[in-house]
Design a protein around this ligand. Structure first.
Ligand SMILES: N[C@@H](CCC(=O)N[C@@H](CS)C(=O)NCC(=O)O)C(=O)O
Length: 236
């Protein structure tokens, strides 16, 4: 089964959560946006699909199109043994992913607190205020929640859910990567208070398929067009 991933070609963004799951699964996929004419194909799908996704990323599987990162991962997790099989475990994993989505949206809002369609330069003052609050209150609060989940996981596996890796482990890894890129000072400080999250991040980076992916040209470097942007004035 081959998958078609549709996402913007120059950023990790939310597409990266899907890429990491597909890579860990060893799945066969095409990153359509990065092919020639890929964006035009993506826009045509959004314009004409019977179930049009609101925004990328979306995944095409046969004739089915799935939008929303958390829904895509729900699907991939079930298909590729990256989620618990029991319904309660599946819902718990999905709940964690939706919370990661909230955390990611707030990271985006640090540099775009007023408007998605406005330039960063037009909202710098508000971005300074928003980032200060994100660094001081939100990063520690979210990381503490993930730390608690790993601690309370009865299996003691160091994973968020159950005794083996699930897609939320990959997503948390990506969030930590993003925080370390965007807010290196604040993220390092907060991670000292969340040693299990830090260890989980390091363990994911060492997984053979993830390691190979991170070293490959398929991994787009972080940059200042994506969700996690490094503006030194927003860190501290
Ligand atoms: N909740 C959606 C958000 C999707 C989203 O905001 N996609 C961004 C790129 S990361 C986009 O292209 N947005 C265009 C828009 O909102 O108009 C998800 O998690 O997939």
């Amino acid at each position: 089964m081959s998958y078609e991933l549709y996402y913007w070609p120059t950023i990790q963004g939310r597409g990266e959560f899907v890429r990491l799951a597909l890579e860990e699964a060893g799945a066969d996929y095409i990153d359509v946006g990065r092919e020639s004419e890929g964006i035009a194909v993506m826009m045509r799908m959004m314009d004409h699909a019977e179930h049009p996704p609101f925004a990328p990323p979306f995944l095409k599987v046969g004739e089915t199109i799935i939008g929303q990162t958390a829904a895509i991962l729900l699907f991939i997790g079930a298909r590729h043994n990256l989620a618990p099989k029991d319904p309660a475990g599946g819902l718990w994993t999905h709940q964690i992913q939706l919370t990661i989505a909230d955390f990611v949206a707030e990271a985006h809002d640090t540099h775009h607190p007023i408007g998605v369609g406005l330039y960063y330069e037009d909202q710098k003052e508000e971005a300074l205020k928003r980032s200060a609050e994100y660094r001081k209150e939100r990063i520690p609060k979210f990381l503490d929640w993930f730390e608690t989940i790993i601690t309370r996981n009865p299996s003691g596996s160091g994973h968020l859910v159950g005794s083996s890796l699930t897609y939320v482990d990959l997503s948390l890894f990506q969030v930590v990567e993003g925080l370390l890129y965007a807010f290196p000072k604040a993220a390092k400080r907060a991670l000292k208070e969340a040693p299990k999250v830090s260890a989980q991040h390091d363990a994911v980076a060492e997984r053979p398929r993830i390691k190979a992916y991170l070293e490959s040209p398929r991994r787009i470097p972080f940059n200042e067009e994506g969700i996690f942007r490094h503006y030194p004035e927003l860190d501290g």
